[in-house]
Ligand binder design. Structure first.
Ligand code: OXD
Ligand code: MN
Length: 592
C-alpha cells in the first residue's frame, strides 16, 4: 500500500526498516473502523483473536499470548545511551552501536511472509501542546488492534505531525514478534535517537511501544531535555459538593492498586453529600508547568491495559463496566458455554465448561488458576463510567497533590505530608514496597522503587532526582506531596485499613490539606493528620484507636528504615543530588 504521508523523514525510515525486516507487504493504518474490521477478520481467521459473545460483549475479543511471553521482561530491557553513566546504575545498559548491530541480525528478514503495519500514533490528544508523535512498525495484528485502543492512532495523528512545527521529529518504534524466542527477546530504547527496537515478544508492555517504552522511558528523557516530566502516575479528579474539582496524581509500583484508586467509588457518606470522583488515567501522566506556576497533567494514553484478576463489580465496578464492549482480553479464561470471559476474583462461579489462559480444557477442580495472574483487558478510557469531562482537554488539569506509596506492613503510616517540595522528592525517591509472591525472589523484602519509576526511567536515576528538584524550582505553585500506605497489617497478617472506596477518607484529608483547609501535626518523618480529622463516619467496624495506630511513627522501625535508605542511596553513586543527602541527614537527626 502507498504511504499515507508525504513526510520524507517518515517515508525514508519506513523504507529502510522494510528493507531490513523484509515483509511481504507494507500496510498503513489509517485509524478507520473499516480497516480495523478487516484486520479483526484476518486475525479471527488465523486464531490470533477469538470473537466473544457479540450480544453480551459487543466487539470484544480474546487473545492468547505465547506461554513464554506473559509479562514485561526487565532483565531483557536496555537503555542504549552512548555513555553508560547516562543510563545509570538502575538500568541495563548496552552501547547503541553494538545493540543496533546485534539487533539488525535478529530483525533481518524477521517479517518475511508477514505484513508490516505502519501505525502513526500520538501520545496525548494530537492537538495538545503535550502531544508527541510516533510510528510503530509491527508484524502483529494484535498489536495494531491494541495500539488503536491505547493511543490516538491513524490519520488524525499523522496530520497533526505533518502540520506541526517539526514534522521530522517523531519516535521510531520498530517491533517484530519474531519467533517469540525468549533467549533472543530484547526491548531496547535508544534515547539519543528517539528510537525503540523490540523483538521476540508480543506481550503488552514489551510490544505496545507507545506505553512503557515511549510514554515513560523515552519520554522521561525528552522531558528532562525539554523541561517537563513523564511519570508512572494515575490522574484523578475529586469533585466536592459545590462542584469544584481538584486533581491529584498517584504513583505506586505495579500491583499496588493504581487502576483501582483511579476509578474509586466513594463510600455512601461521601456520595450522599455529593462527592464525585473522575478518572483521567490509571498508569501514566505527563506534567508541565503552566503559566500559573502550577503543574498541569495529561494522560498520554487513550486506553487502559489493566490487570484482570481481582477486578470485579465489588473491587472496581468502573473497570468491570468499561470492558463490556470494544475490549481485547489477553490470557483470561474462555467460558465456552456462552463465549464470555472469566478470571479469578471476577465472581465466585468459575465456569465449568471452559478453556484456561493457555487454551486447555479447564474447570478449576484441580485447584489451578484459569486466568494468567497477569492477564489483561485493553479498553478505551472513554468507556469508563467515571471518565472525567477533562480527559480530552489539550492543556490537561492542574495538579494540587501528588501521592506516592507502596505496600508496607509496618513503618509507613496511612498518610503523611512532606514538608516542602525537596522533602517530597526525598520521600518519593526512597519509596519502597514489600515484594509479594507475585514476583520471583525473596518475599517481604523492601524493594526501593523511586517514584515507581525503577523499571521505567530512561536515564540516570540521580539525574532524574535532580530534574525533579529543578521542576519544583520552576513551578511557583507546585503540588503538595504525600505518602500513603493502605497495607499495614495486624498480628494475624490481616489488613487493618479497609482500603478500596474507603481510601476516599485519606484523599479527603489530602485534598483539604493541599488547600490549607485542615491542620497537621509535625513528626520526625513529616506532617501527620490529627486522627479526628480523618472522617470515619459510616465506618462502623473501624475504631479511632485503630486509626491512631495507623498514624503512628515507630522511631525504632524508622531508624532501620533510614539505614536501609542510606544503603540504597549509596548504590546511586555521586549523581545523587546533595539536597537529597541533606534530607536524609535531617531524617536521621529527627530520629536520634
Ligand atoms: C503496568 C506495569 O503494566 O506497571 O502498568 O507493569
Ligand atoms: Mn504501570
Amino acid at each position: 500500500m502507498v504511504s499515507l504521508t508525504s513526510n520524507e523523514a517518515v517515508n525514508a525510515w519506513v523504507k529502510e526498516m522494510a528493507a531490513l525486516t523484509k515483509p511481504d507487504t507494507v500496510v498503513w493504518i489509517d485509524g478507520s473502523e473499516s480497516q480495523l474490521d478487516d484486520l479483526r477478520a484476518q486475525a479471527m481467521a488465523t486464531g490470533e483473536i477469538v470473537p466473544l459473545n457479540q450480544e453480551k460483549l459487543p466487539n470484544c475479543y480474546l487473545h492468547r499470548s505465547a506461554v513464554n511471553d506473559v509479562a514485561r521482561v526487565e532483565h531483557r530491557t536496555f537503555i542504549c545511551s552512548r555513555k553508560q553513566e547516562d543510563a545509570g546504575p538502575t538500568n541495563n545498559w548496552r552501547d547503541p552501536l553494538e545493540m543496533y548491530a546485534m539487533l539488525r541480525k535478529l530483525f533481518d528478514g524477521s517479517m518475511k511472509g508477514r505484513a508490516m503495519y505502519v501505525i502513526p500514533f500520538s501520545m496525548a490528544v494530537p492537538e495538545s501542546p503535550f502531544a508527541k508523535f510516533g510510528f510503530q512498525l509491527t508484524d502483529s495484528i494484535y498489536v495494531v488492534l491494541s495500539m488503536s485502543i491505547m493511543t490516538r492512532a491513524g490519520i488524525r495523528a499523522l496530520k497533526c505531525l505533518d502540520a506541526g512545527k517539526n514534522p521530522s521529529s517523531f519516535t521510531k518504534a520498530l517491533h517484530s514478534k519474531g519467533n517469540v524466542d525468549e533467549e533472543n527477546r530484547y526491548i531496547a530504547q535508544f534515547p539519543e535517537d528517539n528510537t525503540i527496537w523490540s523483538i521476540n515478544s508480543a506481550y503488552g508492555g514489551n510490544a505496545l511501544l507507545g506505553k512503557k517504552c515511549f510514554a515513560l522511558r523515552i519520554a522521561s528523557c525528552l522531558g528532562r531535555n525539554e523541561g517537563w516530566m513523564a511519570e508512572h502516575m494515575l490522574i484523578l479528579g475529586i469533585e466536592a459538593p459545590n462542584g469544584e474539582v481538584r486533581y491529584i496524581t498517584a504513583a505506586f509500583p505495579s500491583a499496588c492498586g493504581k487502576t483501582n484508586l483511579s476509578m474509586l467509588i466513594p463510600p455512601e457518606v461521601y456520595k450522599n453529600k455529593g462527592y464525585k470522583l473522575w478518572c483521567l488515567g490509571d498508569d501514566i501522566a505527563w506534567l508541565r508547568v503552566g503559566a500559573d506556576g502550577r503543574l498541569w497533567a495529561v494522560n498520554p494514553e487513550a486506553g487502559f491495559f489493566g490487570v484482570a484478576p481481582g477486578t470485579s463489580m465489588k473491587s472496581n465496578a468502573n473497570a468491570t463496566l468499561a470492558c463490556q464492549k470494544n475490549t481485547v482480553f489477553t490470557n483470561v479464561v474462555h467460558n465456552l458455554d456462552d463465549d464470555t470471559v472469566w478470571w479469578e476474583g471476577l465472581d465466585k462461579n468459575p465456569p465449568k465448561n471452559a478453556l484456561n489462559w493457555k487454551g486447555e480444557k479447564w474447570d478449576s477442580s484441580d485447584g489451578s488458576v484459569g486466568a494468567h495472574p497477569n492477564s489483561r483487558f485493553t479498553t478505551s478510557v472513554s468507556q469508563c463510567p467515571c471518565v472525567s469531562s477533562e480527559f480530552e482537554s489539550p492543556q490537561g488539569v492542574p495538579i494540587s497533590a501528588m501521592l506516592f506509596g507502596g505496600r508496607r506492613k509496618k513503618t509507613a503510616p496511612l498518610v503523611y505530608q512532606a514538608r516542602d517540595w525537596a522533602h517530597g522528592v526525598f520521600v518519593a525517591s526512597v519509596m519502597g514496597s514489600e515484594t509479594t509472591y507475585a514476583a520471583v525472589g525473596k518475599v517481604g523484602v523492601v524493594r526501593r522503587d523511586p517514584m515507581a519509576m525503577l523499571p521505567f526511567c530512561g536515564y540516570n536515576m540521580g539525574d532524574y532526582f535532580a530534574h525533579w528538584l529543578e521542576m519544583g524550582e520552576k513551578a511557583t505553585n507546585p503540588p503538595k506531596i504525600f505518602n500513603v500506605n493502605w497495607f499495614q497489617t495486624d498480628g494475624a497478617g490481616k489488613f487493618i485499613w479497609p482500603g478500596y472506596g474507603d481510601n476516599m477518607r485519606a484523599l479527603d484529608w489530602i485534598i483539604r490539606r493541599a488547600f490549607g483547609e485542615v491542620d497537621a501535626v509535625d513528626s520526625p518523618i513529616g506532617w501527620l493528620p490529627k486522627p479526628e480529622d480523618i472522617n470515619l463516619e459510616g465506618l462502623n467496624e473501624f475504631s479511632l484507636d485503630a486509626l491512631k495506630g495507623l498514624l503512628s511513627v515507630d522511631k525504632d522501625l524508622w531508624r532501620e528504615e533510614a539505614k536501609s535508605i542510606r544503603e540504597f542511596y549509596d548504590t546511586l553513586g555521586d549523581k545523587l543530588p546533595e539536597k537529597l543527602r541533606e534530607e536524609l541527614a535531617t531524617l536521621e537527626k529527627n530520629l536520634s
